[in-house]
Write a new protein. Structure first.
Lengths: 103, 161
């Protein structure tokens, strides 16, 4: 299921940067950690998605991220596409790690 | 998650279709007071809950956009999971992510072991928020009972709206 009209990368498009992350916040990806994900993603120009199985959510869209309703421990893939994709992916990896400090 | 029906946690006694609040602080207090009025919580606990929720709110807005806010607290003040819903005709400034005033407030108090229920409720609230159809019905519900009926219907399986 695709949310927020985030299309998958088209064939021939620059290769996407992908990183594995895990939801480390103890209560899952609820309002505050979701807002932090979005705040981080929006710093970058890259198109950034969070993939959970067949589900693709836009990391810049709070409602998309909340709709994942991802509990603690969920494995996600960060996928970034664009000029600053590497920086974007790195920033999100760091952000997901820091979620372990969430309440 | 489909087995957890979020509406089981929403009672008409905890719903108001005419929030008088003009600020988000007032909205949280007005909704928490519904838990005291129904004797679900003592007044002291309802006040403490409001304080907890507002403390959380000060860390970052729960105005998720499209006129909806989800102020909440993980707290031992409740044994399980309680939800109050308020509709504001005038709209309340929650410093929402999209800058728009909030017309539907879901006040959520969850005991620490109810993370799964909280996430399920959030997922459902998001699907409502995204739907002009359901938001119109919610905002237009004439009574608390009618609003709860709308919420029940929105959870019924069927083609996505």
């Amino acid at each position: 299921m695709t949310l927020a009209n985030v299309p998958a990368p088209a064939e021939g498009e620059a290769a996407a940067v992908r990183r594995d992350v895990r939801v480390t916040s103890p209560q899952g990806l609820h309002a505050r950690p979701a807002a932090r994900v979005v705040e981080t993603a929006r710093r970058f120009r890259a198109r950034i998605s969070l993939l959970h199985g067949a589900t693709r959510a836009s990391a810049k869209d709070l409602l998309d991220v909340l709709y994942l309703a991802a509990p603690h421990g969920t494995a996600l893939v960060v996928e970034a596409l664009g000029d600053d994709a590497e920086h974007a992916a790195d920033a999100l990896v760091a952000l997901f790690s820091s979620l372990a400090e969430e309440r | 998650m489909d087995a957890v029906k979020p509406t089981r946690y929403i009672r008409p006694a905890h719903v108001t279709t005419s929030l008088a609040a003009e600020t988000r602080e007032e909205a949280v207090r007005e909704l928490a007071a519904l838990f005291a009025a129904s004797r679900t919580l003592t007044k002291a606990k309802a006040d403490a809950l409001a304080a907890d929720v507002l403390a959380r709110e000060s860390e970052g807005t729960t105005g998720i956009g499209c006129g909806v806010a989800v102020p909440h607290a993980k707290t031992v003040l409740v044994d399980d999971f309680v939800v109050a819903v308020g509709v504001s005709r005038a709209g309340i400034d929650f410093a929402s992510v999209d800058g728009d005033p909030v017309h539907v407030v879901f006040l959520i108090a969850a005991a620490p072991s109810f993370a799964a229920e909280y996430l399920a409720l959030m997922k459902w609230v998001v699907s409502l928020t995204r739907s002009k159809y359901w938001m119109k019905l919610l905002r237009g519900a004439p009574t608390a009972d009618a609003l709860v009926e709308v919420l029940e219907e929105s959870h019924a399986p069927g083609p996505g709206r």
